[in-house]
Design a protein around this ligand. Sequence first.
Ligand SMILES: C[S@@+](CC[C@H](N)C(=O)[O-])C[C@H]1O[C@@H](n2cnc3c(N)ncnc32)[C@H](O)[C@@H]1O
Length: 366
Amino acid sequence: MTKGAVMKGFMGMQWDGAVPSVELWQACLEAMSPGAHLLSFAAPRTQHRIAVNIEDAGFEIRDSLAWVFGSGMPKGLDVSKALDKELKAERKVSLVSLGRAGQSEIACLPPDFTGGEYMQTEPSTPEAKLWDGYNVSLKPAYEPIIMARKSLDGTVAQNVLKHGCGGLNIGECRVETNENLSGGAYAKESKKDLSLASSYAMPANAGVYVQPTGRYPANFIHDGSDEVIALFPENRPGMSGGGKHKSGHKKGMFGAIDCEHTLYGDQGSAARFFYQAKVSSSERSCNGAVQNNHPTIKPKALMSYLLKLVKQPERNLILDPFAGSGSTGLAALELGIPCILIEREREYFDIALQRLQAHHNAMKAA
Ligand SMILES: C[S@@+](CC[C@H](N)C(=O)[O-])C[C@H]1O[C@@H](n2cnc3c(N)ncnc32)[C@H](O)[C@@H]1O
């Protein structure tokens, strides 16, 4: 693939067709202080090119976070159908009647499908029969977030002293838990070497266990959907901290939660990770105040979590050069962090502006 080559973007969107250029990342790098972090969402198919351009611009690639979700839809090409089309053969159509949602045996239907009729066809040619069941892609279930850093000016300590940045704000991003995180190291009969137990807030002269505020944040984030939760063998809904969150719940782990989903107790391994569902329609439209059709909108709580992660103790300025409908801006507004948003498309620029205004008004009224 040549530099700047245009690929087909998400839902055919022209702005998503090419990955940001090295020059664009260089411009970001120039505006940043040494030790400052960059986070870039990417598509699994093109993440390598985004990462290479970020690296070629002069950043250090530090990590790649995965935001795992259950709501992705398979959008690949059915090889059998393509063969019948190629061979100009008509396929036999069979209408499958569906009743209520959940009765469907067709895996690609969305979970909120409310019933209706689904048209199915059968392979016609011998070639299409041979290739029945073949597709060209998998169901999307995660979005990578590339984490990079502008090179340090000296050591971490020298850099933070000189430039006021260079660390990740682990303390504010710990994943709340009721579980004892000592790992048994402080039990009377424990034979563990406490000097090795450095991952949590254990004093060097340990003997009294100090429970940290939560689990150390991981480079894995999930959406809390039943589909993803089911991947974790130990989950037991309704354990301590478990249950169902109502829409508009005011006391989520990371502030208010604006969507309905199940909470999982600490004994379930999915609870070890920060989770955030995809955007609810009320969040998308700021409770009906704004018409927002942005196809790749991010949840405000996810952006808050990521902003908190790169937030420095004293001086902060967030730059989002791909603002879309302004979710980064909403999160920054809530956290009181100054933020510059850049958006190329007039339509999305207007949506972002309206969402920011509506969110500002809602915050003032609260
Ligand atoms: C993935 S979307 C961002 C979505 C956003 N996080 C949200 O929650 O709504 C990327 C946005 O970047 C914009 N964009 C693409 N190339 C751009 C460029 N060169 N300069 C400014 N904006 C650009 C697109 O119009 C699109 O709205």
